[in-house]
Write a protein that binds this ligand. Structure first.
Ligand code: UD1
Length: 326
């Protein structure tokens, strides 16, 4: 049994590859290396460079490596960019998936795990978001993830492909420093960058209807997220025809201010944040109910926010040694 991991050289993908290897699963990585980094991969995991839009190459990899399951992470993931370049996002995330699914069904692959996002929920008006909470994405990025879920589910129903969509909440941290996120697009690296530059980190709005006025999110350690992929991949293998959707979070809300306090404590910088106006489109509070995957598969996150920040910081200092404090 071999799993094809598309986007396996990316930040989350490389963690999934490592977790699969630790669980004794054979993998092959398919990545166009547009943002992925080959050096993140273990030496004994083959890397095939290519796009999921390239039907012939995908078909060759599936046949050549006798692939029986696919974990599909290759995608564009920047919300702001998706607003500027919606057609590019639909092509990469939706058409790329459609081409891949065609090759997957032609090749008789049995299982398909799709990387989705809490962005499918948009601005949920509930304390805890369950998988039944209505999906109303607020950006082209979120739309491509929801459309992706539909494509995956419809294909499963039509062909018997066992499918799962995992809706990631706010991913942070690293299993080891060399696997850390190199992008500066989310709260934790954005704060690290400000601190390293000697500037004050920014709080995007402190007038939300939350206890301290700042936005609340459900942060999940990337190593826990990777373990969830292993659990779901195994469940798919033993449940032909499965049609699964899971939130992947901790079920615990943490405010921006609480994150800033913990970042100050971990990094040794004691820099008061400045408050700027809200970032347009940011919801006040997005916290997962993570009960379904706990009940159905027994998976639960193990790491807390401190683990996420300290491991992310080790990765940051590896890339930016000038950031380290004595
Ligand atoms: C982002 C994506 C979302 C995706 C999610 C998980 C956007 C707009 N949304 O969510 O689609 O599902 O990641 O991958 O990119 N913040 C500050 N100061 C900063 C940076 C962030 O106050 O310098 C705040 C934000 O306003 C928010 C929280 O920190 O309240 C988290 O922000 P971020 O890490 O960008 O993720 P989300 O916006 O929640």
């Amino acid at each position: 049994m071999t799993w094809l991991i598309t986007g396996g050289a990316g930040y989350i993908g490389a963690h999934v590859v490592r977790a699969m290897a630790e669980a004794g699963e054979r993998t092959v990585v398919y990545d166009d290396l547009s943002t992925g980094i080959a050096a993140r991969l273990p030496e004994d995991v083959p890397l095939v460079e290519g796009s999921t839009l390239d039907a012939e190459r995908v078909a060759r990899v599936l046949a050549g490596h006798e692939v029986t399951g696919v974990v599909h992470l290759a995608a564009k993931k920047q919300v702001g960019e998706s607003v500027e370049l919606p057609l590019h996002y639909y092509r990469q995330n939706v058409e790329g998936l459609r081409v891949l699914l065609e090759a997957v069904t032609d090749a008789g692959v049995a299982s398909f795990l799709f990387s989705s996002s809490a962005a499918v929920y948009g601005m949920p008006d509930v304390e805890l978001v369950t998988e039944e909470t209505p999906c109303v994405p607020m950006s082209p990025y979120g739309e491509t993830k929801l459309a992706g879920e539909w494509l995956v589910r419809a294909t499963g129903r039509a062909t018997g492909l066992a499918t799962a969509s995992l809706r990631y909440f706010n991913v942070a941290g690293a299993a080891s420093p060399e696997l850390a996120d190199t992008g500066v697009f989310n709260l934790v690296p954005m704060v690290f960058e400000k601190l390293t530059e000697g500037a004050a980190p920014r709080i995007f709005g402190d007038d939300y209807p939350t206890p301290d006025g700042t936005g609340i999110r459900d942060y999940i350690h990337v190593a826990d997220l990777a373990d969830a992929h292993v659990a779901v991949a195994r469940a798919l293998r033993s449940a032909p025809g499965a049609d699964l959707t899971f939130n992947i979070g901790r079920g615990e809300g943490v405010s921006v201010r609480e994150m800033m306090d913990q970042i100050n404590a971990v990094t040794g910088y004691d820099r008061a944040p400045t408050v700027t106006p809200r970032r347009p489109g940011d919801p006040p509070c997005v916290v997962a109910s993570a009960d379904r995957i706990a009940t159905e598969l027994g998976w639960k996150a193990r790491h807390d926010v401190h683990d996420m920040i300290s491991s992310a910081w080790e990765g940051w200092v590896r890339l930016h040694p000038e950031a380290a404090r004595a």
